[in-house]
Design a protein around this ligand. Structure first.
Ligand code: ADE
Ligand code: ZN
Length: 329
């Protein structure tokens, strides 16, 4: 199966921290991890739901302390992404996971920026950054995070909303997203991963998002599916993630074909690839193996990824042309 050129629109940079790099950074920073060996750490990558994953995800961010750590993290992701056909990446980061530990936004953004600034030249990957607010923390803290980000807006394309979804509806962040839009930022939000279809409606109507991250539970509301199809609002679907976090039992049961058949603008992404058993091309391959998606369907997903991106028209069209002329084998 060819490694198709594609965009990645849903990847958390903190979720690309491979166990090997976690140990390297822990050693460099004089930190003792709760897991004595890499194999012990890998064995902990068995999750029962979103929260059980987030507990480990946030605890491992502790190894990220310096600008160099964030540069190394992003550089490792970009290297892997290039091998998986990624030509454009819109990358989430969670400032509050760092500022609440005393790591400044300057450190995070200077570190990530150093890798992103050379990404097109070194890896052929254009990039954008999406600043995510943690929905299980107060909206006042999100607003404060947005205020801290103001001097860095040249580095930030959009805001997003992530972390524990159940019990944390988008409506809580309406004024934060209004303020972000006033600053010229695009808006996305995780919705309908574990939370109900009503959270997707809220993300659309109150947060006025350009894309829905995950969104698979839209299928519980036919009016919502019709609306998403009519507006061609993109969904950034993450199949491996849904299986590992048990939103879906097996890849063979994944609703992605149903979403495509309903005429939605579906994209495929890796979410937290270090934790969920594969990067973006691995997800495409999984869909072929377990859901029988053929090359036409996979090419449609790759094309959708460029259509749904925040790329300027010229590069977007150039990448679509590259995909269309990419050989089948
Ligand atoms: N943060 C990192 N990965 C996430 C996911 N899949 N859902 C919500 N928050 C996240
Ligand atoms: Zn996510």
């Amino acid at each position: 199966m060819p490694v198709l050129p594609k965009a990645e629109l849903h990847v958390h940079i903190e979720g690309t921290l491979e166990p090997e790099l976690a140990f390297t950074l822990a050693e460099r920073n004089g930190i003792t991890l709760p897991h004595p060996t890499i194999d012990d750490l890998r064995a902990a990558y068995s999750f029962t739901d979103l929260q059980s994953f987030l507990d480990l995800y946030y605890s491992l961010t502790d190894v990220l302390r310096t600008e160099q750590d964030f540069t190394d993290l992003a550089e490792a992701y970009l290297t892997r992404a290039a091998a998986q056909g990624v030509r454009h990446a819109e990358i989430f980061f969670d400032p509050q996971a760092h500022t609440t530990r005393g790591i400044s936004l300057d450190t995070v953004l200077n570190g990530l920026g150093a890798a992103l600034d050379t990404s097109e030249q070194h890896h052929g990957i254009s990039t954008a950054l999406i600043l995510c607010f943690l929905r299980d923390r107060p909206a006042t803290e999100a607003l404060n995070t947005l205020r801290q980000a103001r001097p860095h807006l040249d580095r930030i394309t959009a805001v997003g909303l992530d972390s524990a979804e159940a019990g944390h509806p988008p409506e809580k962040f309406t004024h934060v997203f209004d303020a972000a839009r006033d600053l010229g930022l695009r808006c996305v939000a995780h919705a309908g991963e574990e939370g109900p279809a009503s959270y997707i409606w809220q993300a659309l109507n109150l947060l006025k998002v350009d894309r829905i991250d995950h969104g698979i539970r839209c299928l519980e509301d036919p009016d919502l599916v019709a609306h998403l199809a009519a507006t061609q609002t993109p969904l950034t679907v993450c199949p491996f993630s849904n299986v590992r976090l048990r939103a879906v039992q097996n890849l063979a049961d994944h609703p992605l074909p149903a979403l495509m058949d309903a005429g939605l603008l579906v994209t495929v992404n890796s979410d937290d690839p270090a934790y969920f058993g594969g990067y973006i091309h691995d997800n495409y391959q999984g869909l072929r193996q377990h859901l029988g998606l053929d090359e036409t369907a996979l090419r449609r997903l790759a094309r959708n990824s460029f259509t749904a991106s925040f790329l300027p028209t010229q590069r977007r069209d150039a990448l679509i042309a590259e995909l269309d002329t990419h050989p089948a084998h």
